[in-house]
Design a protein around this ligand. Structure first.
Ligand code: AMP
Length: 184
């Protein structure tokens, strides 16, 4: 596959795990939006403090901040195949993201890991990250429904999204993704 990949799925759907496996096996460089933001959050800077207060509420960080990080990543990773995790998460981000892809002559294939909400919450509570309290998880899910589902629907309409049932084991999903990459 010569295109970049955008991986979607409710938090807890296993998209981080599958993204890592896929990237290692098939030579993609990962851009994990949450991880990049967490790095800046730890900095003792105004931007770091601003990002921290937004993330601690489970809200989406401002579009312009996120897109600046994405563009820097493009510039620093020219000619690499990229796997995007956690972006775009709103229609506003999709517009800017699609424009950036165009600017850098890139095109994408989408993978959507579908999981029911109860299982996703269970998995999130098990991993125990500091921003994974039940209250924050619920807020993130609310944002996911309101902001991210419309983005997924739009990529489905554009015909570039493959939907995968994510209830199986890690190995099951890995095999499905491997097959997908063979035919794309
Ligand atoms: P994640 O690691 O994907 O669960 O993201 C953790 C937190 O980072 C989210 O709750 C948001 O506050 C922030 N975040 C991650 N991705 C984005 C994005 N594309 N746009 C805005 N905020 C984001």
């Amino acid at each position: 596959m010569t295109k970049d990949i955008v991986i979607f799925g409710m938090q807890g759907s296993g998209k981080g795990t599958q993204g890592e496996i896929l990237a290692k096996k098939h030579g993609f460089t990962i851009f994990e939006t949450g991880k990049e933001l967490r790095k800046i959050r730890e900095e003792n800077s105004n931007l770091g403090r601003k990002i921290k207060s937004i993330m601690d509420r489970g809200d989406l960080v401002t579009n312009s901040i996120v897109m600046e990080i994405v563009e820097n990543f493009f510039i620093n990773n020219k000619n690499k195949k990229i796997l995007f995790d956690g972006i775009p998460r709103s229609m506003e981000q999709k517009e800017t993201f699609d424009a950036l892809l165009k600017k850098y002559n890139k095109s994408i294939e989408g993978i959507y890991l579908i999981l029911d909400e109860g299982t996703a919450i269970e998995r999130m509570l098990e991993r125990g990250r500091s921003d994974d309290s039940l209250e924050v998880i619920k807020k993130r899910l609310e944002n996911y429904h309101n902001e991210t589902i419309p983005v997924i629907d739009e990529y489905v309409n554009e015909g570039i999204m493959t939907e995968i049932d994510a209830t199986g084991t890690i190995e099951d999903i890995e095999a499905i993704i491997d097959n997908l990459l063979l035919i794309k």
